[in-house]
Design a protein around this ligand. Structure first.
Ligand SMILES: Cc1c2[nH]c(c1CCC(=O)O)Cc1[nH]c(c(CCC(=O)O)c1C)Cc1[nH]c(c(CCC(=O)O)c1C)Cc1[nH]c(c(C)c1CCC(=O)O)C2
Length: 342
């Protein structure tokens, strides 16, 4: 039983720093690509519990991470609300229809947990297969990040359509954000009931909002979700680029705050004294030599110190990262963080 992640998330001392990686299940692993080829497409993989379970567990066995994260996507929520998405090969998600009008909004509904039964089944099966070896992380997107995909219909550099909606139609925006938040509460509660040991909320596009907009249109809803989930399992909030919101994040009802590599570690400790911190190596640091990776990893661990830290990257692994560099990062965290405690 390796419960280092859960202990660290609760702020308890551990024998070494726990580590997992955002996007640890995926294209860096040849074993993932093999399973991915047998499934018709990405969505079939996500919707087939046996396959989702297999790729969820791969990084635990192959990389030696201290947690599994359920293989799914944040975009299952808009789909359950009535807005279908497609995952285009080598391009990313695309929504054939997007939300632009009142009529579009009234075509949506608040998702119920049963509409995401395939994720809950994958969680149950993964828990069974893991046999308590490591904890299982459940997850969802933050309402603002989901909203931006539903308005834009695809990824974007600026998300200017989504931001335009906040400026020109704030009431409409709040109605949609509230529907997403309510759907997410049903979904994350059901993930916890199905066996998720800890949950993470991904706000990937936090960094494109101003501080005022972030407080009004994003953090408010994240905070509402955290309150609704209660305290049965620890909660992690990762808001990419939201360096300006760290002081406010210290006050919401979550246990862990994820940092990206733009956020200074000492400064983050000062702004977030109530929280355990997660992160924050630049995924590009893994393009260096093995010696480079060891040096950067030790630098990061020295800055965080031995406690109240969960090692991770500052964003997801890039698909062209070499597996031996990833393993080197993980092994260095395990070894060096243990020596920091002696
Ligand atoms: C914004 C976002 C999405 N999805 C997700 C986010 C938030 C995290 C972040 O900011 O990176 C979250 C996500 N997506 C996926 C996971 C699985 C668990 C894990 O982290 O290993 C998780 C946690 C699988 C996936 N989701 C996707 C893949 C690649 C699809 C493939 O195998 O072909 C995987 C493994 C596709 C996806 N899904 C999404 C995009 C933009 C893309 C295309 C770009 C990319 O490939 O990285 C939306």
């Amino acid at each position: 039983m390796n419960d280092r992640l859960i202990s660290a998330a609760k702020g308890l001392a551990t024998d070494r720093t726990p580590i997992w990686l955002m996007r640890q299940a995926g294209r860096i692993l040849p074993e993932y690509r093999k399973v991915r080829e047998t499934a018709k497409d990405f969505k079939t993989l996500v919707k087939t519990p046996e396959l989702a379970t297999e790729v969820t567990i791969q990084p635990v066995d192959i990389l030696g991470v201290d947690a599994a994260i359920i293989f799914s996507d944040i975009l299952v929520i808009p789909e359950a609300m009535g807005l279908n998405y497609e995952m285009e090969e080598n391009k990313g998600p695309v929504f054939p229809k997007r939300i632009t009008s009142e009529a579009d909004l009234s075509s949506l509904h608040i998702a119920q947990a049963e509409e995401l039964q395939y994720v809950l089944d994958a969680i149950r099966l993964t828990k069974k297969e893991l046999q308590g070896k490591v904890p299982l992380i459940g997850f969802a997107g933050a309402p603002w990040t989901i909203f931006s995909y539903m308005i834009e219909g695809k990824g974007s550099k600026t998300f200017s359509q989504a931001k335009k909606m906040l400026y020109t139609q704030p009431a409409f925006s709040h109605r949609l954000l509230d529907m997403i938040a309510q759907s997410t509460i049903h979904y994350l509660k059901a993930q916890i009931k199905a066996g998720a040991d800890i949950v993470q909320i991904f706000d990937s596009w936090a960094g494109i909002l101003s501080p005022d907009q972030y407080a009004e249109f994003s953090l408010k809803y994240i905070s509402k979700i955290c309150d609704a989930l209660g305290n049965d399992v620890p909660k992690i909030v990762f808001a990419k680029g939201a360096f300006f919101a760290r002081a406010e994040m210290n006050t919401i009802n979550c246990d862990v705050v994820g940092l990206d590599w733009n956020m200074g570690i000492a400064e983050s400790r000062a702004l977030l004294p109530n929280k355990v911190l997660q992160g924050n190596l630049d995924p590009c640091a893994l393009y260096g030599s093995l010696d480079d990776v060891r040096r950067e990893t030790k630098k990061m661990l020295d800055a965080f110190g031995p406690h109240k830290h969960i090692a991770n990257l500052g964003h997801g692994l890039y698909p062209d990262t070499e597996v031996d560099k990833v393993k080197c990062y993980i092994d260095t965290v395990k070894e060096y963080s243990a020596t920091l405690r002696r």
